[in-house]
Design a protein around this ligand. Structure first.
Ligand code: NAD
Length: 356
């Protein structure tokens, strides 16, 4: 009998093999309208932890691409942060404003539970703590619940601040940020806590945000100068801290940037990883790789998984200073973009664990 399915020709499994994924779970439930994909990239260092994103994708392939890329990113983030965690991520395909229901999230929770702890979920874009409460009715493999480790933003901001200081030490010979001109783009959850740290240290702070009321409140509280959205990439500054959207490091902005350091919490800052890390290196701009510098959030989640205190999470986030210093130093010495160095360092930790 002819074998109708040739696994070697299956593009999904080939893609998994190219990117190094362990497992993908496709989830569908007609009753609740749930369509989701859970991707486990690597569990060498521990169970795969990564949030669930709810998003309107143009098609299922786009959702698959997103979950494969994000779950691999979590492996690197967790490994570079020396956490006993692997990398995973989930996406729910749908509109977070209109499609949410308890039944949908409980069904999703059952799928998470079927992975028996190999994947631990949390919040991501489009998901709130109350959605996770529904998920938690069906599985214990969920973190970020109300009353537990709480909002990760303060820890993310603290880690970003530490990473910024490490870059300053290498670029300017001092880790003091006093008097440094620092632009924080996006003063939301993370950005505001970051501004607070910078203000305590006596930095000269510039801020930009799309929300007028947020801008005026924060500039009033911390004495920060407001910068027009269109001028962000043209002002002279020491440090640019992207804390809003991804993709802000691109052909247009890098040619305009006049700073020595980029260190901020936003995810996926490099528009094209193959081009823009190198472009920053060529301009002698030190770049703190986003997934390493913003790891405070996942450190906070890990503290919940392990039942550790918020003091432990802050102390652990302090290590981001040394992690970022090692990365940017190696990047400078070896003339290799810092995000590539960070991925290599993460992979070295995974390989070492494989062989021990
Ligand atoms: P948030 O939504 O609370 O804040 C984002 C802020 O950016 C908002 O004030 C928004 O008005 C502003 N903004 C949006 N578009 C802008 C633009 N074009 N120019 C200037 N400002 C703009 O989000 P957050 O939780 O503070 O997260 C910020 C970034 O850090 C995101 O990329 C997020 O993925 C990443 N991150 C957050 C955490 C965390 O712990 N919250 C952890 C890791 C990574």
């Amino acid at each position: 009998m002819k074998n109708e399915i040739d696994i070697s020709e299956n593009p999904i499994i080939s893609q998994m093999s190219t990117m190094g994924h362990d497992q993908i779970l496709f989830c569908s439930d007609n009753e609740t309208g749930l369509k989701a994909i859970i991707a486990i990239h690597d569990t060498t260092l521990g169970p795969a932890l990564g949030g669930t994103r709810m998003w309107v994708y143009n098609n299922e392939l786009e959702a698959l691409h997103d979950v494969l890329r994000l779950s691999r990113g979590m492996t690197y983030k967790n490994a570079i942060s020396n956490l006993a965690l692997g990398g995973g991520k989930a996406v729910i395909i749908g509109d977070s404003k209109t499609m949410k229901s308890e039944a949908l999230f409980r069904r999703f929770g059952k799928f998470v539970d079927s992975l028996a702890g190999n994947y631990i979920t949390a919040e991501d874009v489009g998901i709130s703590p109350s959605d996770m409460v529904w998920v938690s009715k069906e599985t214990k493999h969920v973190v970020g619940l109300p009353g537990k480790s709480g909002d990760p933003s303060p820890v993310t901001a603290f880690g970003t601040y530490m990473g910024m200081k490490a870059c300053s030490k290498l670029q300017y010979g001092t880790d003091s940020l006093e008097g440094k001109k620092i632009l924080v783009q996006g003063v939301g959850h993370v950005g505001e806590y970051l501004v607070e740290y910078l203000s305590k240290e006596g930095a000269e702070i510039f801020i930009s945000d799309i929300h007028e009321d947020t801008i005026s409140r924060i500039s009033g509280t911390y004495g920060a100068t407001q910068i027009d959205l269109n001028d962000v990439y043209d002002i002279e500054m020491d440090i640019y801290a992207p804390c809003a959207l991804g993709g802000t490091l691109n052909d247009d902005t890098i040619s305009r940037l006049k700073c020595g350091i980029v260190a901020g919490a936003a995810n996926n800052q490099l528009k094209d990883e193959n081009i823009h890390g190198k472009a920053l290196l060529e301009k002698d701009i030190l770049y703190a790789p986003d997934f390493a510098v913003n790891a405070g959030g996942v450190i906070n989640c890990f503290s919940e998984v392990e039942g550790l205190s918020s003091e432990w999470a802050l102390k652990k986030a302090e290590d981001i200073y040394h992690t970022i210093f090692d990365i940017v130093k190696r990047s400078k010495d070896e003339n290799i973009p810092s995000h590539i160095i960070a991925m290599q360092m993460a992979q070295e930790k995974i390989d070492k664990a494989h062989h021990s």
